[in-house]
Write a protein that binds this ligand. Structure first.
Ligand code: G1P
Length: 270
């Protein structure tokens, strides 16, 4: 069973400036709900029981958003507003499920994952990148199903336009079925010439705890960061099974200002 989800939240959000100069991008609302809560709801619905938030000292407002009890208690005592009481209940539910770890230097997704090692209890866990919203069909649920069937690691994927491959981790595929395939190799942000396909990694991963040792062995890759993609590549080379789940839902890129604007419009039309 996959019960734990880790969520890297320490990024600076520079692609979203000026909106992110004071406010973490994950707390920006999309149609009345924070970006992060879409991610949490997907997890709850997929059976996740515990969240590990990787934050930084610059993003303590994320902690405050979920742990602001005195504020809520005072308001509720004064106003007895039903809506606020319901919202507070939801927050209390999340409180019991969230743990925090800190990544104060932006050293990449690999480094962020490594910070969670001491909290991971089971052999497999889920990771979600909050920039990537997937709506209409629960992608995490689909991936957990594929993991149960294959007993391997799973990465969410979809075809992207070939001219954009250098923005993504790209998968090399074998034994393609309708909704999934085995991953032969991965490469982080390749040039169009070097891309083995146009199946991109979208921010959902089911990883095994073997990933931690692999990250420890990594040398900094593109941009001087430790990339989770490179650790995955090494595990695949050592014959660990990874599968690409071609998800059915609609992908919304919330990591750029234009993407965020489009996401608001798309979610409105749901
Ligand atoms: C990260 C991953 C990349 C993946 C992408 C999905 O890149 O490194 O492999 O395709 O997320 O959003 P980033 O968005 O941090 O540049």
């Amino acid at each position: 069973m996959i019960k734990q989800a880790i969520i890297p939240l320490a990024g600076l959000g520079t692609r979203m400036l000026p909106l992110t100069s004071v406010m973490p991008k994950e707390l920006l609302p999309i149609n009345g709900k924070t970006n992060l809560e879409y991610i949490l709801e997907e997890c709850l619905d997929a059976g996740i029981k515990e969240f590990i938030f990787i934050i930084s000292k610059n993003k303590l407002s994320i902690k405050k958003y979920f742990f602001n009890d005195n504020f809520y208690k005072k308001i509720i005592k004064k106003k007895k507003d039903k809506r606020i009481i319901e919202e507070y209940k939801k927050i209390k539910k999340y409180q019991k499920m969230i743990k925090f770890v800190y990544q104060n230097k932006p050293k990449g997704t690999g480094d962020a994952v490594l910070k969670c090692q001491r909290f991971i209890k089971d052999k497999y866990f889920l990771m979600l990148l909050p920039d990537d919203l997937i709506i209409k069909k629960n992608c995490s649920k689909e991936m957990i199903k594929l993991h149960k069937k294959t007993k391997g690691s799973v990465i969410a994927t979809k075809k992207v336009e070939r001219k954009t491959v250098s923005r993504w981790g790209i998968l090399s595929i074998k034994n393609k079925k309708k909704s999934h395939f085995e991953i032969k190799d991965v490469v982080e942000k390749p040039s169009i010439k070097k891309a083995p396909s146009n199946f991109a990694i979208i921010g959902r991963y089911i990883l095994s705890s073997k990933i931690f040792n692999e990250i420890k062995k990594l040398k900094p890759g593109k941009g001087g960061e430790l990339h989770i993609t490179d650790a995955i590549k090494n595990l695949i080379n050592k014959d660990n099974k990874f599968y690409g789940n071609i998800f059915k839902g609609t992908y919304l890129d919330c990591g750029t200002l234009q993407g965020y604007i489009n996401s608001g419009l798309r979610i409105n039309k749901r």
